[in-house]
Every structure is written in structure tokens, then in C-alpha cells.
Design a protein. Structure first.
Length: 161
């Protein structure tokens, strides 16, 4: 399964140009009313806020279970999986990193990419749902890797001015 992390807006544009038969999607938003219009037949639409603390509208174990069930349903087949949230940076990248880890692939391609800022709460709860062990130190290290990638990009841009 190939995973594409994207914003909802970009995914809508991309998916209008391709054969959608081999595409599945996890679409996350807390306010976007157009998410149902994304032209993918097999999709999981979720509504939760991009926050990193447990609250009424945050990611929860019940949402993680829905993702787990959806992934188990499609995991044995060759699909492109679009994971989209409003900006394509935080919630979607956390889910992508966790799915990559679950599948034995390199999740660090998400953590080391300065364009992504995985939501630690989403990542941790979904890892637990998949039976993947995390410690507080491991989570801090993943965040450190991601923050370092962004700092490196900023330094590089400053030096090129």
C-alpha cells in the first residue's frame, strides 16, 4: 500500500485527475463541509480537532479503532491510501507514520520531513490501537526528530539569503 499524505483541498484536485479505482482514503476534518465530495468510493471520514490533549473533540481510542478496522479491511490489497486533513500536516501525517510503523516500513520518512508535524496524541493513541509500544521518551524523541528537521530547513533558508 502506498500512502499519500495531503490536504483535503489538494487531494480533491489530485483525485479528479487519476483513476480512483485503486484509491482508498482516510479524510479528517473538524470543519470542512466538502469532505464528502472527495471522489473516492471507499473512504473513512472522521471528525476531530487537531489538538494534542484529550478533550471532547480530540482524537480518541474509538476513532483509532475505526482506523484500525478500515486499514485491516484494505491492508492486504494493493491500493494507494490518501490520508487527508485540513492542511495535510499534523493529523494525517501522524496516522501515516503509525500505519508505516505497523506495516514494518520506515515511519521516519514522515518524522524527518519538515513539511509534516505529526500530532503526538493521534500517533500515540493509534499506535496503542495497533499494539505498538511507545514510551514517553520515544514520543519525545520522535518530536525531536521532527523539530530538528524544521530547524535545519529554517537554517538552510537563512543561510541562502
Amino acid at each position: 500500500m502506498d500512502i499519500i499524505v495531503s490536504s483535503i483541498k489538494k487531494a480533491k484536485l489530485d483525485l479528479e485527475k487519476v483513476n480512483i479505482n485503486n484509491i482508498k482514503a482516510i479524510i479528517i476534518s473538524s470543519y470542512n463541509n466538502d469532505i464528502e465530495k472527495i471522489p473516492v468510493e471507499n473512504k473513512l471520514v472522521l471528525n476531530f480537532d487537531d489538538i494534542t490533549y484529550a478533550g471532547l473533540s480530540s482524537f480518541s481510542p474509538s476513532i483509532a479503532k475505526k482506523i484500525h478496522d478500515f486499514i485491516d479491511e484494505i491492508n492486504d490489497k494493493k491500493y494507494n491510501l490518501y490520508i487527508c486533513c485540513d492542511s495535510g500536516e499534523s493529523r494525517s501525517s501522524a496516522i501515516a507514520a503509525c500505519i508505516l510503523r505497523k506495516n514494518g516500513e520506515d515511519e521516519n520518512k514522515i518524522w524527518k520531513d519538515y513539511n509534516y508535524h505529526p500530532n503526538i496524541l493521534v500517533y500515540d493513541i493509534l499506535c496503542k490501537e495497533f499494539g505498538l509500544y511507545n514510551t514517553k521518551l520515544r514520543l519525545k524523541y520522535k518530536k525531536y526528530i521532527n523539530d530538528s528537521a524544521l530547524r535545519k530547513k529554517i537554517r538552510k533558508q537563512r543561510n541562502s539569503l
